[in-house]
Structures are given as C-alpha cells and as structure tokens.
Design a protein around this ligand. Sequence first.
Ligand SMILES: [Zn+2]
Ligand SMILES: [Zn+2]
Length: 233
Amino acid sequence: MLSALLDLLYPPACIACAKVLPGAGSHFCETCDTALERLPPACCLTCAEPGTFPGGRCHRCRAAPPPFSRAWAPFSHEGPLARAIHRFKYEDHPELAAPLGELLADEARSFLDKAPAFVVALPLHTRRYHARKYDQAQLLVGVLAKRIGREAPVGWLTRTRETQRQVGLSETERANNMADAFTASSMVKGREVLLVDDVFTTGATARAAAVALRGAGATRVEVLTVARAFSLA
Ligand SMILES: [Zn+2]
Ligand SMILES: [Zn+2]
C-alpha cells in the first residue's frame, strides 16, 4: 500500500534521462539500458586498465605498483552511466544513491566475493560537503554495505584538507602533498579495507587514500567504483 502510494507520488524513472518507467523493475529506460558500457573482461588485474598484458598487469602498475591490491568498476564512465553519476553528484539528486548502490552491489558481485569486509567511502572535503550538502560516496557506501551485509565503519578515513597548490613542487613532493590530504584512524590497524567512490579517474586520490590507510596499519586495501574513466590510456 505504502509502496504503491510512493510509486504514485514518485513514479520510477530512468536514473540517467529521468524518463518515467512503466514499472520498478529496472534502473534505466530501454534506450539507456542498451547504451550502457561495461568494463571489458580483459584488463589489468590490479587497476582494470583494459587490454591484455604480460603477467596480467599493465605497464603503469608494473612500473609503480599502487598501494591498493585491486581497483575495479563494473562500468566505463560513458553514456547513460556517466549521466546518472553526474545527476547524483552535481544536480542535487541524493536519492540516486539507492539505485546506484544497488546497481554496484549487483554488478560487482564476483569482485565483492573476494573483497575486504570493511567498506569505507573515499571522503569528500568538508568545504565541498557544505557546498553540495551531501557526501555522495558516503551515501553510496551506506546502500552498498546494507545490500551486501557488510560493515561500513565511519571515521576510519578523513580528508584533512584540500590538496594544496602543486605549483613548484617536485614529483615526490606532489605525492607527499596528496598523501597527507587523508588521515586514517588507528582503527584500521590489522584490517582489510574496501574503498568505495563513484568514479575512478586517474587513481591519484585512491592511491593517496590507500597510502594513508596502509600507513595506519591496514593490511590490504582494494578500491571499487561504479565507473572507471580511461583518460590515461
Ligand atoms: Zn533513460
Ligand atoms: Zn594496471
């Protein structure tokens, strides 16, 4: 009765183009659903860069092994999925955390089977949080953790400041500058952590967060995002 009433007030709609859907069975309309781009099955075992590589690892991961053991996303950051994430992040649609979190849980099932038990959001800086009024990664983590029956501890990872201007800094200084943008609590010591965010772009933020977690004693860090951008290929 209540759900019928809710459907009447807020009819189920495509999360990418907002077209009203005939039923609540799907997150996308037919047009958007057929345009979804999933990540190719052949990709780097560490960072999911598409392609076939010697030893299963891409050149970047072999040259500079990342501080996380796996990063993966079910979708490419293209088309309808990118539109849905944009609406969720920048167009004041926090309610899209539910369909996106469910979608992530369902599409990443085999990755999640072997992933760390504790799910932690890549935190947003407080200033951006105040501008946006919600932390999209935290909302996503809430939905995901509930759906897969895992713990989502709060306060394990915080962003202590915005990244400083990088002008005039050496490569190493830049890496350090980014790394202490995050602080991990001593609670992570001896634990394995699954970091969750909406999009994996260059991986610099995930690397910095993983360095902070490992520095505080986390034994393994993995990264899961809804989508992955391939700007570096
Ligand atoms: Zn649509
Ligand atoms: Zn790689």
